[in-house]
Design a protein around this ligand. Structure first.
Ligand SMILES: C[S@@+](CC[C@H](N)C(=O)[O-])C[C@H]1O[C@@H](n2cnc3c(N)ncnc32)[C@H](O)[C@@H]1O
Length: 313
């Protein structure tokens, strides 16, 4: 069994956070949702009746996983981006039977626990952990074989990026593999606006708590004094850009301070916290093509709400 830990890169950039807060259109990058509490809240979101992506992707994988495994072949390496709880990895590894598994995630503490769980469940699997910001770099263990790599990026997390950022990430995925490798990626598709908005604004308020938690995380990272009770969760579909946008909206006039600076927010002013792009299948395969993936096998659910795409160079 190999070491439990192979890399830790800087996971938070306080200058980036402050630049977002003082920007005329205030914003916080969605990667800052994921401290340990944020990761746990995301797990709760995946169980919500309104949040269809996780169960839809799981159903597609249950139905078509054996075919996917046959195409990928056993004995290679699975590299999961944004591995979170490693639950999807566990199911995939049962199907694909890789020799090595690399879990990449920014939420280091949560990832280490999840990787330990995977090790107990699959003692023969070589499990490595890369605590890294995948928008910056994804260092791989030096001794990781290059042949037969499968990059796994489930959960429609690719939707968090705008077009140039998504292209850049897919290109970097292409560079992680050789010609015998593949990318298996979950993509959320365009659908009825009411379904989309409910998925990001559930009745139980778990997504609201998840969104607000970013302010606690930012407080701990930059020493700011955000009071969560002063902010309200908003989730809206932007049809022009085909994406759900999440915001935190000031309930009243608010001054937020941190060492060396402050920002005043008017009542109703918003902090943009997340985009979640919804694709048409053809637009996504075009993007893959541009990133150097020439072949794509696509499996969807019967409602065409979600796609699992196996892309090859
Ligand atoms: C939407 S969750 C998906 C989790 C899991 N893969 C799934 O499909 O249910 C996004 C995951 O990506 C991680 N993440 C978000 N931004 C990241 C970044 N910039 N670098 C590395 N991991 C990131 C989060 O910590 C979280 O585990």
């Amino acid at each position: 069994m190999t070491d439990t830990f192979i890399a830790e890169t800087p996971l938070a950039d306080t200058r980036e956070i402050i630049a977002g807060l003082v920007h005329p259109i205030a914003h916080i990058a969605p990667k800052y949702f994921y401290d340990a509490r944020g990761s746990m809240l995301f797990e709760e979101i995946t169980e919500l009746p309104e949040y269809y992506p996780t169960r839809t992707e799981r159903a597609i994988m249950s139905e078509h996983g054996a075919k996917i495994a046959q195409k990928v072949g056993a004995g290679g390496t699975v590299i999961e981006l944004g591995a979170g709880s490693c639950e999807k990895a566990r199911a995939l590894c049962e199907l694909v039977q890789p020799a090595h598994f690399v879990a990449v995630d920014i939420s280091a503490e949560f990832l280490h626990e999840a990787a330990d769980g995977l090790r107990s469940a699959c003692p023969a699997l070589d499990v490595r952990v890369v605590a890294a910001d995948l928008t910056a770099e994804m260092p791989m263990p030096a001794d990781l074989p290059r042949q037969k790599r499968l990059v796994y990026y489930p959960g429609s997390s690719i939707g968090n990026f705008n077009f140039p950022e998504a292209l850049n990430l897919l290109e970097r995925c292409r560079h992680l593999i050789d010609d015998d490798g593949a990318l298996l990626i979950g993509v959320d598709l365009v659908k009825d606006v009411a379904v989309l908005e409910a998925a990001y604004d559930d009745a139980a308020g778990v997504t609201a708590a998840f969104n607000l938690n970013v302010l606690s995380h930012v407080n701990s990272l930059i020493g700011s004094d955000f009071d969560l009770d002063q902010w309200r969760h908003r989730a809206l579909f932007n049809a022009v850009d085909s994406r759900i946008e999440m915001y935190l909206e000031a309930r009243t006039k608010i001054r937020v301070s941190w060492p060396g600076a402050q920002r005043d927010f008017e009542q109703g002013e918003r902090i943009h916290t997340e985009n979640s792009h919804k694709y048409r299948v053809d637009d996504f395969t075009d993007l893959l093509n541009r990133a150097g993936f020439r072949h794509a096998d696509i499996w969807c659910d019967s409602r065409h709400w979600f796609a699992c795409v196996l892309a090859r160079p």
